[in-house]
Ligand binder design. Structure first.
Ligand SMILES: NC(=O)c1ccc[n+]([C@@H]2O[C@H](COP(=O)([O-])OP(=O)(O)OC[C@H]3O[C@@H](n4cnc5c(N)ncnc54)[C@H](OP(=O)(O)O)[C@@H]3O)[C@@H](O)[C@H]2O)c1
Length: 234
């Protein structure tokens, strides 16, 4: 779909930044959500006034609730949302603090539900809308030392598929993208840290997400799994 108002979480860097910039190139206005106001300002400077920076901490459910009410009030109904922000780290389960476990669940899953809950009424009133959730191939398989992240992404998969079945008849598309490793700064890495044959280029994956958004409005791609060809351990 070209044009319209979109919300993209995790727009300050990595995959979300590429998707936000790509939506602007498709004539969309993008409410860009992340914590880092400087990175959002840099995106605005680079991509232009179609980027509406919105510094918010998705881990703070009450602030998110207030922030969503304010942006809907100011900017009106949204045509789509890319729930992209996510956190996780590779470490033994018992090395996660209790608060860190709750924060991970809130950012990766709770905030997605809050955003869908806030945006869906406006979409339903117009009989159209597209919710794109960025999961992980770890939403389809187990991995030791990533149990909390794997749990959140399995939850996101169940949420996406169930939401689609509830709202499809009302014109709402829900798509889940499940990537393998991506060349971003996720989990404390730096872009360029991983052998390029073992990870997806961020721009390539963003293009796939944008193509999924551009698919004819008469169909929905409910799930797309994307792996680097060199990744053989899944
Ligand atoms: N990289 C991979 O290998 C990989 C593989 C499969 C799936 N994924 C998924 O792909 C998505 C994008 O990941 P990425 O690789 O682009 O990660 P990234 O480079 O670490 O970027 C994460 C984004 O999420 C935002 N974010 C994190 N915590 C937040 C919070 N509390 N409130 C608001 N925003 C928050 C960050 O912005 P601020 O820090 O400015 O808040 C940043 O913009 C995630 O859902 C991830 O689970 C990643």
């Amino acid at each position: 779909m070209r044009g319209g108002l979109w919300l993209v979480t995790g727009a300050s860097r990595g995959l979300g930044r590429e998707i936000a910039a790509g939506l602007v190139r498709r004539a969309c206005r993008v409410l860009a959500v992340a914590r880092d106001p400087h990175a959002l300002a840099a995106l605005h400077a680079e991509a232009g006034d179609a980027i509406l920076p919105c510094p918010l901490d998705l881990a703070d459910s009450q602030a998110l609730s207030r922030g969503l009410a304010a942006v809907i009030d100011t900017h009106g109904p949204f045509d789509g949302v890319v729930n992209n922000a996510g956190i996780g780290s590779y470490r033994p389960f018992l090395d996660h603090g209790e608060m860190a476990l709750l924060e991970l669940l809130q950012v990766n899953l709770g905030a997605v539900m809050q955003i869908c809950h806030a945006l869906l009424p406006g979409m339903l009133a117009r009989g159209r809308g597209h919710i794109v959730n960025i999961g992980s191939d770890l939403g389809r398989r187990p991995l030791a030392k990533m149990a909390p992240y794997v749990a959140s992404k399995h939850g996101l998969a169940g949420f996406s598929h169930s939401l689609l079945r509830e709202f499809k008849g009302a014109g709402i598309r829900v798509s889940l993208v499940q990537p393998g490793l991506i060349d971003t700064g996720f989990g404390g890495r730096k872009p360029g840290d991983i052998d390029p044959t073992q990870c997806l280029a961020t721009a390539d994956l963003a293009q796939i997400v944008l193509d999924l958004i551009d698919a004819p409005a008469s169909l929905v791609i409910d799930e797309l799994t994307v792996h680097p060809l060199g990744q053989t351990d899944f």
